[in-house]
Design a protein around this ligand. Sequence first.
Ligand SMILES: Nc1ncnc2c1ncn2[C@@H]1O[C@H](COP(=O)(O)OP(=O)(O)OP(=O)(O)O)[C@@H](O)[C@H]1O
Length: 868
Amino acid sequence: MQENYEHSFGLKSMESRKSVRKLSDTIRSLLGLKAHFTPTWADSVCKIVKELPYEEPYKNGSQVKCLSFETMGSSENIQDDIAALYDHLNRLNLQRRQALNDFLDLKGNIRVLCRIRPMAPREEIFLLQGSVVAGDSNNVFLKLGESKSKRYSFDTVFHPGSSQGYAKFVEKKENFHEIDFLARDEEVFSEVEPVIKSALDGYNACIFAYGQTGTGKTFTMEGKDNCPGVVPRAIEALFKQAEDSNHAFLFTFSMLEIYMGNLRDLLVPQMKKSMNPMPPCLTIKTDPKGGIEIENLIAIRVNDFNQAKRLYVLGNRLRSTASTNSNATSSRSHCLTRITMTFIHALERHRETNKIWMIDLGGSERVLKTKTRGKRFDEGKAINLSLSALGDVISALQRRRSHIPYRNSKLTQVLRDSLGEDSKTLMLVHVSPKEEDLCETVCSLGFATRVKSIHLGHLDSSEVQVKKEVAMAKFLQKVKQLEYEQENVRRDIKNLKADLEHRTMSEPSFDEHFQVQNISDASQDSQHCINSQLPRFMMPTICSRSKSGVNQPNRQISQKKDSLPTRRRKTSSIRAASVTFPITGISEYGSEFSVSRTASECDIKMVICPEEGNSESNFTFSKTHSNYKMVKNDPTTYTSPHGSKRVLVVPLLEKKNKIFEHDKAEKLDGLRMSGGNMTEPVNIEAHLFLNDSAVKDSEAPTPISPLEKCDVLELFILQEDGTEKNVTNLNEGLHGNVSKSEQELGSQNWPLTEAMICPIRTELIAQELPKETLVSDGEMILQESPHYLARPCLLEMRCRRDLSMDLRDAESEHHASMSYIEPQEENTKTGILDLLRWKVHMVYGGALLGLGVQNIGLDDEFFYGLML
Ligand SMILES: Nc1ncnc2c1ncn2[C@@H]1O[C@H](COP(=O)(O)OP(=O)(O)OP(=O)(O)O)[C@@H](O)[C@H]1O
């Protein structure tokens, strides 16, 4: 039939043939629904449509507006419009991704940028000598002698005045040596941004800060309050762009350092005494697909930028730093921050799950020159070795060697799947402007040149270079144009949704329809895509789709949805960051309830889902992964087959940052008065909010994960001296022992309906005191407390089951199964037969016995009684 259509239309071009094929398909599908759509009718409609002038559907927002508002159709029409817009948005996104990728391919998947540090005030003496490093936008010139200089070329060179933050660097103008201090805002980040976009498109990415000690690597990556560095800005951009996309997404945050060749999780509290439960060893594992997983590395789900930032601050505090000749707070390790992102059903992405690493490398230094000894010497040696291994790997990748020496260092092993052809790499090389650092600067620039491999004769001729630049500009322009169009489409979707909501206040929201549709199989998607290309009058309505079964949500999903418990209150107010603390093996706590196999990083990824309430990013699915089962749409609900779970909690100070232990106020105040930094951590009573509906805090981190079927919940804090403290009964808001009612047991939900506040004793990590402190009513209120963080601690949740409850459970289950006759029919039949057989045996046996004993003179009545 399809061939006939094609034949009758006499189509020549492939494109028109394709569209008419879809058209005829659709008409045939309509024919299936409505008998009066005869082939002649279909034929004539096809002809009319063919002759219509071609208009790209929904090219811009104004057209969409005409479509939706002029016609003022029913809710169904609006829903169709929205669906079509989503399709269009996805197509635009695909085109944008392609253009961005082309742009980055031309720029190079491994890009090397150079940043020249400005002179610091204490280096004023060098101002007289002047800087030995100068540069233009792509070249760095090193002054090697009176009339001798050397040129190094890079993708981009940042001058000492280049800015990285929102605030203009000009404010600090007088503090630094000024070469070109007209700061162009966000200069550094604008170069990083394409990599962030690629990461959102599903590519693995690495951003490195490399350079001699004290050249500003940490400044670039971490930044300062008024000029945040690459890491916070990248995370912010990731969240912003992910929210703008029309997909459900999930981000997890991890941080580790490589210190003297060992991996250390920066989100795990440091245990001082050896008898304590040591954090598990981080081991690098390769999965069959070549992906790298770091076993036991904590990955904390982050819902927004503030949560991630808080963890980043925390991780940075636990980093190994020390004072060296070159830098008072020199980083003695490589610090790696990882954001893993998963987008659900984002077909246009390269991968469903990918990661971006942001790495503040340890400072390279010539250990002989710096005359370091002992530990500092070993640290420097370890850093240099791994940096050299990194250089080898990148250089081999650039040269497309068959063997890439990843195994030569822990750093390259960790980054194995994020360095390579299919990933994006950005190396920011930092140099000092001082003459006394000239040797290190030469080394750093040599390293950068090596990884850039420009000395291999790969430098393009100027003609090629110009062509490249033109093409790059074209691609970038295209990316911007497509982003602009996407923005318009998003706005239109928003308007239409608002309109729809207005019309159908009582009906289920479009999001629900759309998301269920989103999760359903790909064939439905393609059908959807075909539909969106049709003229509106030919698009099947929601009604006709449901009749034809096209819109039927995945059966399994709908079943799951039906069986889900009723929606509980929002969890956004929960105020304790938590993550499963991954420990393998059996707990040393020997308790019958303390089985310690907990979720691996991978499990955590699977059990986490987006913030409730964000309708755009909500999704519905149920997946069993490893030992954990996520139960729909509720990030707080996942169950463990074990009775106990350890979590790493980052307790928060109370609202408004009150410190509750009054006697500590004096101590803190004393320190403030003395103007000194707090070197010793102060013990405080911080409150751990496990579940708090009362407190509304948008920055609330992840809640403590609940346990399945918990009758009695006990909470233990694992203390530094190896002992454990039962904090269950300390809970102010915890009523009794969290006994669950029978009814609640079935719901697989967190039993608590009340706020649960668990005061725990923990350390307040602080490096300097806040500027403003107030003492009011004996309580100390910290006006500004960015420098204060409660030390994370290990919390063990032990879940006890009440045996009587179990029995009742079993009984009710038995009753339920008995009353549910249909599937049990076979069993019931067998049961009746067994009973009959048993009765016949009894009667028969009794009769035989009666006959036998009658001989010894007992009468019939005796045997009758015996039988009964
Ligand atoms: N571009 C810059 N603008 C202003 N200050 C800077 C800049 N770069 C570095 N600094 C200052 O120089 C000092 C040293 O910088 P930083 O600690 O970032 O160096 P580093 O390379 O990370 O050192 P290490 O390898 O020892 O950790 C800091 O006080 C920092 O504020």
